[in-house]
Write a protein that binds this ligand. Structure first.
Ligand code: NAP
Length: 464
């Protein structure tokens, strides 16, 4: 009589060469494939299909079983050209068919937004199917609740693609450095605004000029608000801060200010001061709680994060024990994001085949007082104040007087050569000051009749 063994992992020959199988052992089953239903065939959906099709062989070898796309869905599914290497795939325009179909083990929600996407994820959870999503908007606002439901249903939820597409930052925070205690996290998390700022910096072009060009090339949406007003970056920071600090953080906890007021002149002044300007996402632990912000900031030219240019993203994390780590890569795009989705699908598929580990939500598993979000007005750091004035005597004395009333000390005054006296720019840098005091001073200055526009106040981040 033969031995009967189920071959599960790295192949019959490998097992025989390790002496794990008797010569007469008969292999009776190969590990079953895991079947994926993809909902949403836009940039990310099609990128994911391309990765799964072109890299199918490697993915099978890494998993020990195939990951097969069994069903795809989008409103205009019939017009989509799928990669041939996927083989036969069921097509539907009704997402309900995907989440309920018995031949779908994992659902990839790649639709976006908060309405249909939320129904899709709920439907998948109801049918006890694990979910992979790229949806930052939904996970930033309701991630904690969705996770709780997923845990109760005993299924998994993976969302690597929701922040910084090509950078595996979720895996880093949940696994790679999970033994550390994060004290600060900074990121450049919106590729479009970073592209606009670096083009302004390098070419001296205005924001409007670069934005129009970016829209023509398809790098920026026709409504650019989510990118340049910092809202997209804010959703991403909400997710990362929740993962890093184990706290329930929503976008409303985060101070946000976009890049609309930044001009090429600000880069000239920033360079003189040894800095550049980036839309910086920050989550920093203080003795009283967390300070969270998305805002343009001056960052030192010698810091690693100042070298993040164009549409790239980066995340810098400081741990109490492991100190600094830095992660860099493409923040978006069909293929980098497709890799993140495919890798999440592999992680979930492994769990389905090899068993479900006990799960803890990455959001707010325990509310720790020390991480309570604080108002950004409690921030204390040096500031850059940029003015445009109608030149006349006594301007500096007036401004210095207002700053002194708020107990703010001036550090330096900087004026680059300028031809016109009617619109004269100059900059005052401040010693470390509280944000609330700086805001009050700026408010008082805004009514001065020699100002061409309200002063622009930007924090100067300490060296990262
Ligand atoms: N683009 C990126 O680089 C990137 C990076 C990271 C994360 N993300 C996130 O990934 C998600 C998808 O983004 P995307 O850029 O791929 O969006 P997209 O190009 O607009 O694609 C959305 C897809 O969803 C489909 N869809 C919309 N409503 C549907 C419904 N009711 N039923 C079925 N299908 C529906 C659309 O169908 P039709 O094609 O038929 O209209 C389209 O195929 C978003 O959450 C986004 O934030 C995107």
């Amino acid at each position: 009589m033969h031995n009967e063994r189920t071959f599960q992992y790295d192949g019959e020959n490998a097992a025989r060469s390790r002496g794990e199988l008797e010569d007469d052992t008969v292999i009776i089953t190969k590990m079953q494939e895991v079947r994926v239903g993809v909902i949403g065939l836009g940039n990310v959906g099609m990128g994911t299909l391309a990765v799964l099709a072109e890299n199918a062989e490697q993915i099978t070898q890494k998993l020990g079983f195939p990951l097969r796309v069994s069903t795809v869905c989008s409103r205009s599914v019939e017009s989509k050209k799928l990669p041939e290497a996927l083989g036969p795939v069921r097509k539907t325009s009704d997402w309900r068919e995907v989440v309920s179909h018995p031949e779908v083990d994992v659902v990839a929600e790649l639709v976006g937004g908060t309405s249909v996407a939320s129904e899709i994820i709920s439907g998948a959870i109801t049918h006890k199917k694990s979910v992979v999503t790229a949806n930052k908007e939904l996970m930033a606002t309701c991630g904690s609740e969705i996770w709780d439901r997923a845990i109760r249903a005993g299924i998994n939820l993976a969302m690597e693609a929701s922040v910084a597409g090509g950078i595996p930052i979720h895996a880093v925070l949940r696994e790679g450095i999970s033994g550390d205690r994060v004290v600060a996290l900074y990121g450049i998390l919106n590729g479009t605004s970073n592209y606009i700022l670096t083009e302004m910096e390098e070419r001296g072009a205005t924001l409007d000029e670069v934005l129009t060009e970016a829209q023509r090339l398809g790098y920026a949406e026709s409504d650019p608000s989510a990118d340049i007003d910092g809202l997209d970056a804010r959703s991403k920071l909400a997710i990362l801060a929740a993962l890093a600090f184990g706290e329930k953080i929503t976008p409303a906890d985060i101070y946000v200010e976009g890049i609309r007021r930044i001009s090429p002149m600000d880069f000239r002044y920033a360079h003189q001061l040894g800095h550049t300007i980036r839309l910086l996402c920050g989550a920093r632990q203080t003795p009283d709680g967390l300070i969270l912000s998305v805002r343009p900031a001056l960052i030192g030219l010698k810091t690693i994060i100042s070298g993040v240019k164009g549409a790239y993203n980066a995340v810098w994390v400081k741990g109490r024990f492991g100190e600094d780590t830095f992660y860099y890569g493409r923040g978006a795009g069909p293929l980098p994001t497709g890799v993140a989705v495919a890798s999440d699908l592999m992680r979930v598929a492994r769990e389905i085949r090899y068993g479900h580990p006990e799960r803890v939500s990455p959001f707010a598993h325990e509310r720790l007082g020390e991480y309570k979000p604080l108002l950004v007005t409690r921030e204390k750091c040096p500031y850059y104040l940029r003015f445009r004035v109608e030149d006349r005597p006594g301007i500096l004395a007036t401004l210095a007087g207002i700053l002194a009333e708020q107990h703010i000390s001036l550090e330096a005054v900087l004026q680059l050569p300028n031809e016109t006296k009617h619109d004269l720019p100059f900059v005052i840098t401040l010693e470390p000051s509280y944000e609330h005091a700086v805001r009050e001073a700026v408010e008082k200055m805004s009514n001065l009749e020699f100002l061409r526009e309200p002063p622009l106040a930007l924090p100067m981040e300490p060296p990262l």
